[in-house]
Design a protein around this ligand. Structure first.
Ligand code: CMP
Length: 154
């Protein structure tokens, strides 16, 4: 199975210089980076991205937080790999950072649900939608791995 997911370092993660740490963890795991950018997220993109949360009481604060500084789309990264959606969710940890296990990004670096550093798509279907929202097709590079670094030939 080859899946893609969207990983985004949120504005608090960028402020805290966590971009490298996040990339490092996903590269070490063997995921392939196929797209990366830094951007100031627009209200238009954020309202689509968080469409399902529109009715939640924390929604306005969530949008303010996500628009408060640049996101590395790297804040958003798109990675390709086996079961990348499920494994990346495990690496990221629980949404509520106070419940996230040590060893996860949130469990190691965050204590609060509303400043949880990183986004990871929660299903394959959602991932495809989110990638389409944050990236143009031409911005995704499906490069070939060479014999020495190929982690995918199983
Ligand atoms: P994430 O799971 O990446 O996407 C939805 C975000 O909404 C979540 O991270 C949190 O940042 C935020 N969120 C979810 N639930 C709450 C909550 N109860 N209070 C504040 N923020 C929340």
């Amino acid at each position: 199975i080859c899946e893609r997911t969207l990983i985004a370092v949120k504005p608090d993660g960028v402020q805290r210089r966590m971009v490298g740490e996040v990339i490092k963890r996903f590269e070490q795991r063997g995921f392939k980076l196929v797209g990366i950018k830094m951007l100031q997220a627009s209200e238009a993109v954020l309202s689509k991205h968080y469409h399902d949360l529109q009715k939640k009481p924390f929604y306005p604060a969530l949008i303010r937080y996500m628009a408060s500084g640049p996101v590395v789309a790297m804040g958003s990264m798109v990675w390709e790999g086996h079961n990348v959606v499920r494994s990346s969710r495990l690496m990221v940890g629980e949404t509520d950072s106070s419940q996230a296990k040590p060893g996860t990004v949130r469990g190691d670096f965050s204590v609060h649900i509303s400043r949880n550093i990183i986004h990871a798509s929660d299903s394959v279907e959602v991932a495809e939608k989110e990638i389409g929202l944050w990236f143009h097709t031409a911005e995704l590079i499906t490069w070939e791995t060479n014999d020495h670094s190929d982690l995918y030939q199983v």
